[in-house]
Design a binder for this molecule. Structure first.
Ligand code: GRF
Length: 214
């Protein structure tokens, strides 16, 4: 049987890197087969995610927009690095960067993002970090969760790959809810989505609906 081509990943991070760690762990435990992280790129030079990459022996690049005269120059440098590593899939794992249109255009349905809510709820401009959880508690929803989706030119708008619901408890604070959504949803569906893509089981139809081959 022909060896399937290994799916080469670039993982973009900005913060603690717990989603990156979930991917690293899943590859080590062979819950993700046929994929390798080629590079971790952080727009935040102090991101703990960079330490996680170092510990795992994964090349990590700090690319701070502050080091570039213009955003266009930063965007160009980001695309050059990604193009030069020849990756197949770009994974936004706790990445708070606006992905440049030219990168989205160059990698159609080859960029995925994890959002800490059940899109289309609690997503879009300004909905990052604790904010989706604050909004979920304020609205009084009984379930929230996480979504993995392909990235298109709009924010939190591309084809949905996987979602996982998490109960909201009366005693929840945004912090306790965020933790449960990460533990019970994000850290599970992001590796699962990568594994599905690596095994060629994901397709997107003309209506931009994702189908998973059994
Ligand atoms: C998580 O809530 C994730 O959903 C969001 O960023 C937060 C931190 O993620 N995208 P990580 O620990 O840096 O992976």
């Amino acid at each position: 049987m022909s060896e399937k081509k290994v799916l080469r990943l670039a993982v973009l991070v900005s913060g603690g890197g717990t989603n990156l760690q979930a991917i690293i762990n899943a590859i080590a435990k062979k819950e993700i087969r046929n994929a390798e992280i080629e590079v971790v790129i952080s727009n935040n030079e102090n991101a703990f995610a960079l330490k996680r990459a170092e510990e795992a022996g994964i090349p990590a690049i700090k690319l701070s927009p502050k080091k570039f005269g213009t955003r266009a120059a930063f965007n160009e440098a980001l695309k050059e690095i990604i193009d030069s590593t020849g990756v197949d899939l770009i994974v936004l794992a706790g990445c708070l960067l606006k992905i440049p249109d030219e990168l989205v255009a160059a990698y159609p349905n080859r960029i995925i993002n994890i959002h800490p809510a059940l899109i289309p709820s609690f997503c879009g401009k300004g909905m990052y970090g604790l904010k989706p959880h604050e909004a979920a508690i304020a609205r009084g929803v009984k379930v929230t969760g996480a979504t993995v989706h392909f990235v298109d030119a709009d924010l939190d708008n591309g084809p949905i790959i996987l979602q996982k619901a998490v109960e909201v408890e009366d005693t929840d604070t945004p912090e306790t809810l965020q933790r449960r959504v990460m533990e019970q949803a994000e850290w599970k569906i992001l590796p699962e989505a990568i594994n599905l893509i690596a095994s060629g089981r994901i397709s997107v139809d003309e209506a931009n609906h994702v189908h998973i081959k059994k």
